[in-house]
Design a protein. Structure first.
Length: 267
């Protein structure tokens, strides 16, 4: 289980493949495990690096306030500690917050940027409904974790996907249950998300950017991706009809192809 200490926190990471480096940054409460439908494909073309953010998975969970800036600095320090001078960066949801901050704070480290099911935060972001927020919190607070996770499936996957792919749903549930973070660590990550905002700085973003979203995402509504695309210079937007928050799992084949084509495009 490879770990490395950066910024006074020990981070778990996985690295596979060869080629240009590609850093995968997971969302709130998720970790390297969540890229199980990406890593086997991306690692055929890229040196693929996935890790657990502080507060999640096998990484340390220090008892302190977290910020998105702090977690972006963790990611930058991880790349440098592993001798990676520049990398493509892909972030999902909270990981998209971290990826934006990383690209803004360390433009020398980022080749191309992929932002998935995410937003620029702040007053102009479109928030999830109070009911959705309550349901997400209930997943960590419920006595019956299995039941709570199953109720939460419809926040993350379309009804059609749940019905037509019970094997993939069971695979996801088993992995999610095995990697649930402690409630306090999840709350520290969630608090970091609440204070995040990049809208006023995205005009200076120089990395070529691909924005991906499902158009039926109740956690980070798709309108956020449209607003990102309107704010980030020369960005591209791809919308997956009918998909919800975990579009990279639900529509893995199309998602992976879109990412690989973008990263391999002429510069």
């Amino acid at each position: 289980m490879p770990k490395i200490r950066v910024n006074d926190v020990e981070l778990y990471y996985e690295i596979r493949g060869a080629g240009e480096p590609l850093l995968l940054i997971a969302g709130l409460g998720f970790g390297a495990w969540s890229w199980y439908r990406q890593i086997p494909h991306f690692s055929r073309a890229f040196l693929t690096l996935a890790f657990d953010n502080r507060g999640a998975g096998h990484s340390e969970k220090p008892e302190m306030a977290y910020t998105i800036e702090m977690m972006a600095e963790d990611a930058a320090a991880l790349l440098r500690a592993l001798g990676i001078e520049r990398a493509h960066v892909l972030g999902h949801s909270m990981g998209g917050y971290i990826a934006q901050e990383l690209a803004l704070r360390h433009p020398d480290l980022v080749l191309r940027l992929v932002l998935v099911s995410t937003s620029f935060g702040g007053k102009n972001a479109v928030l999830m409904s109070p009911e959705t927020a309550a349901q997400m919190r209930a997943e960590l607070e419920a006595e019956d974790v299995e039941e709570a996770l199953r109720r939460g499936l419809r926040l993350r996957f379309s009804d059609r996907f749940i019905t037509e792919h019970p094997d993939l749903i069971e695979e996801f549930l088993a992995a999610r249950k095995a990697h649930l973070p402690p409630r306090a660590a999840w709350q520290r990550q969630f608090a970091a998300c609440l204070s995040f905002e990049t809208e006023s700085r995205l005009g200076s973003l120089c990395a070529p950017t691909l924005i991906l979203t499902g158009d039926d995402d109740p956690i980070v509504p798709a309108e956020n991706s449209y607003r990102l695309a309107a704010t980030i210079p020369h960005s591209r937007l791809r919308v997956f009809p009918g998909a919800r928050h975990l579009v990279f799992i639900e529509r893995a084949e199309e998602f992976n192809q879109a990412v690989i084509e973008f990263l391999n495009a002429e510069r």
